[in-house]
Structures are given as C-alpha cells and as structure tokens.
Design a protein around this ligand. Structure first.
Ligand code: SAH
Length: 419
C-alpha cells in the first residue's frame, strides 16, 4: 500500500519494473483499515477493501494522472478529485455467481484470483442486499434438490451460473439460471421457491450455455416466468434491461458520471451530437433532452433495438440509432453530411479504434467528451486526438464507479483550440 514499508523477496525483475512477495510488513499506512468481507483475502472480486474510502479515491486519481502523464504525455496536474460514494457498499445492481463441481461437491461462490477455484460466498458486501439474498435462496433450492453443478474439466453437469439484477429505482428483480443442459432441472421448484418469497422478482430467465468458455451467457435465453425485461430509471428516463443488455452496475454513480458528461458537452439545445458505443442508449437519451439531435451507434444489434424502444418509451424523438462498428458507421455518417458539434465516446476497455480517432479529428467537432473505463487506453487515445494540436484536454474527472476495486472511470473534456 502507498506509504508502507515491508521486507520483500524479489521474484522477478524486468527492465522497468519487478515483482516481489511481501515477507513482513514493517511500517503500516494510517490508511489501512480492516476489510469487512470475510473472504477478502481469497476472493478475486475486491482488491482494495483494506484501503480507507478517502484513500481509495486519492489512489484512483493517481492512477488516472500517472497514465495520462506516462502513456499520454499530457499535463494531468489538474486532474479533479475522484467523485466517490458517501456509502461505498451495497452498490452493485448485478450479481453473477459461478456454480461448480469442486472436490466432488456443489460449490457456489466467486473465483479465486487468477484461478477457476471457487471461494464459497455467503454474502457479498458490495452487492445490493436483496439480490444478494435472492441468489443465496436460489443456491439453497439448488442444493436441496441436488441439481448437478457444472464440471468444467469434464464439461458435464448442468447448473453453471446464478445471476440476479435489480432496477434500483423500481425495485424490480430479474433472476437468470445458466445451464449447460438444454433443460433447467427442478425449474418449478426454483420458480415457486423464489416468487413465493420475493414479490420483487418480475422475471426469471433460463439461459443455455453449452460451450467450453469463460463467457457466462450462451446465445439462447428463454423467459420461464414473468417478463423478458425489468425496468430501471436514470435521470428520470426509463430503461428496459434484458438478460443480455449491458447496463452500468452502479446506478447512483452512473448518474454522477452522465451528469459530468452532460456538463462537459455544454449543450444549449442547438447541437448535433454523436454518441459512439452507445449500448442501450443510456447516454444518448440522457443528452437528447438538451440537444437538437443525438446519433447513437453500437455494435450489438439487440442493444440498438433496446435503444430505439427506450427512446420511444420515453417519448424522445430527437435520437436515432444505428447498429454497427463505430469506426465504420461514423465515417459513413460523415459522408452523408452529418456534422456533429459534440462527439461522446464510451468505448470498452480496449479503447477506440484508430480509424474512429482519425474520423473524429477529421469531423472537427467543437468538443469531444471521452468516457473511459481504462486509463491506459484513454491516455493512448488522448495522445492521438491531441497530436496535431487542434484539440486540447480541458477537464479530467475520475469517477468511482467500482468502490473496493482498483477500477476507475474517467470523463475527459477536449475542446478545439481555435474556439
Ligand atoms: N454508453 C453505454 C455503453 C458503454 S459499454 C452505457 O454507458 O451504458 C461499451 C459498448 O461498446 C458496449 O455496449 C459494446 O457492445 C460496444 N462496442 C464494442 N465495440 C464496439 C465497436 N467497435 N463499435 C460500436 N460499439 C462497440
């Protein structure tokens, strides 16, 4: 931990960095706290529960500042303090727990760090308490009935994952059972046992994943009880979320993040906006209220179908969506004469495609708002976007979307120098 001293044993050295094991801590940081979770040491989920909340925020600001300076070659001294949560627990709106055959027995819990061994889990303190309890009830039913857990080595057995998701604003819950087998054994027992106890459950889905893969969900989903989707609200806009939808896992901080993106976009109602990597249209619809028109693009066709429905459901008529790769669709829009005043991007961890960065520079919007879940690729892309001197980084705002972990989200505002 920053500021601590320890006796270490060096295990590997590289040119610029090395690895070591801690033998004994000789000086303890005042920021070190007792991690509340009993499986913190073994579970691969949280990594910094032992760091005090304020120190976590400072640490995340440093991660962003270092990446932008070292990788991006930028002046990041003005990186704003990380926006955190007042109570950084119980925040996750989704929990997905692997089920496996381990030492001949039913195991339910999270993977150990860098491994597929399961650490038994009875309660997850960063997850919403209701869905935390629901997955445990589902586990009890599974164990009582004696359902075959999935055996990864032999690729046999049935139940692979139990997942639950809650719309925090509506209280609605979806439960998903993922099996290797085509059927869900004891289906009625699961449905009756869960719905009789939890009236908040509005949807139960059975997903089949019969491949040898680390991906949780297979292609095929069947609703076995209730609706195909649950609803949630962000900033007064209602979103439908189905089993396959990407949806931010920390809804209260999502609102903080989107408000920053909106503030940086500085919309007056006259602007044409492009929202690249738009998912189910969350940012697009959030911005549409303040813009002339928003164009959203996203690679997953189902998400685009959801985005269109979400626009309609909320009576938003100035947002349109297209399925495809951002790096292909946006150049096509450019050829059609669409000239954005603001471009917002929110790419996955690997960052933006080089072709997209070229198109963005060629389109010369007034402002670019970059929402990033990976400081390293953010830094790389900012370096490219600012290379020819047309754009300048104006604001850097880290947001803590994932307390107790080292993940950090960042919103960056870039503006044209000539404006
Ligand atoms: N802005 C949304 C989603 C961000 S996650 C939100 O806040 O909810 C990143 C999204 O980028 C995912 O939905 C993913 O499917 C999509 N994506 C990945 N590669 C893409 C590409 N090349 N072009 C367009 N979308 C892509």
């Amino acid at each position: 931990m920053p500021g601590e001293h320890a006796r270490i044993q060096v295990v590997k050295t590289n040119k610029d960095y090395g690895y070591a094991k801690i033998l004994e801590r000789t000086e303890t940081s005042p920021d070190r706290v007792a991690p509340p979770c009993p499986i913190f040491d073994t579970c691969g989920g949280c990594t910094i529960q032992h760091l005090a909340p304020d120190a976590q925020l400072a640490f995340k600001r440093d991660i962003v500042r270092h990446a932008l300076t070292r990788i991006g070659g930028l002046d990041a001294t003005d990186t704003a303090p990380t926006l955190g949560m007042t109570d950084p627990w119980d925040y996750r709106n989704k929990i997905q727990v692997p089920v496996a055959l381990q030492n001949g027995a039913f195991a339910f819990g999270f993977y150990r760090k860098r491994s597929h061994a399961i650490v038994p889990m009875e309660h997850c303190p960063i997850t919403d308490p209701l869905i935390d309890a629901i997955v445990q009830t589902a586990r009890q039913i599974a164990e009582e009935k004696g359902i075959q857990p999935y055996d990864e080595q032999r690729h046999r057995g049935s139940l692979r994952h139990i997942m639950a998701r809650i719309g925090k604003q509506t209280g609605e819950v979806m439960v998903v059972f993922v099996t290797k087998t085509d059927d869900l054994p004891f289906r009625k027992a699961f449905i009756d046992g869960l719905t009789s106890r939890y009236p908040q459950i509005k949807s139960i889905v059975h997903n089949v994943n019969n491949r040898r893969t680390n991906a949780i969900l297979g292609k095929e989903s069947r609703t076995i009880w209730g609706r195909d989707a649950i609803y949630d609200k962000i900033g007064g806009i209602t979103f439908a979320i189905s089993a396959h939808s990407f949806y931010q896992v920390n809804p209260s901080q999502t609102e903080v993040l989107y408000k920053k993106a909106l503030e940086f976009a500085a919309l007056t109602g006259k602007e044409t906006v492009i929202d690249a990597y738009c998912g189910i249209g969350t940012i697009s619809l959030f911005l549409a209220k303040a813009a002339k028109h928003v164009y959203g693009v996203e690679i997953v066709p189902e998400a685009i179908a959801d985005a269109r429905q979400n626009a309609e459901r909320n009576g938003i008529t100035n947002a349109s969506f297209e399925a495809g790769k951002a790096e292909e669709v946006i150049p096509a829009w450019r050829a059609q004469g669409i000239a954005p005043d603001v471009i917002v991007v929110d790419p996955p961890r690997k960052g933006c495609d080089a072709a997209l960065l070229d198109t963005m520079r060629a389109m010369q919007p007034q402002r670019i708002v970059y929402v990033s879940c990976n400081p390293a690729t953010l830094a790389r892309d900012l370096k490219t976007l600012t290379a020819d001197g047309l754009y300048q980084v104006k604001k850097i705002q880290p947001v803590d979307m994932f307390p107790q972990t080292t993940h950090v989200e960042t919103v960056v505002l870039m503006s044209r120098k000539d404006k």
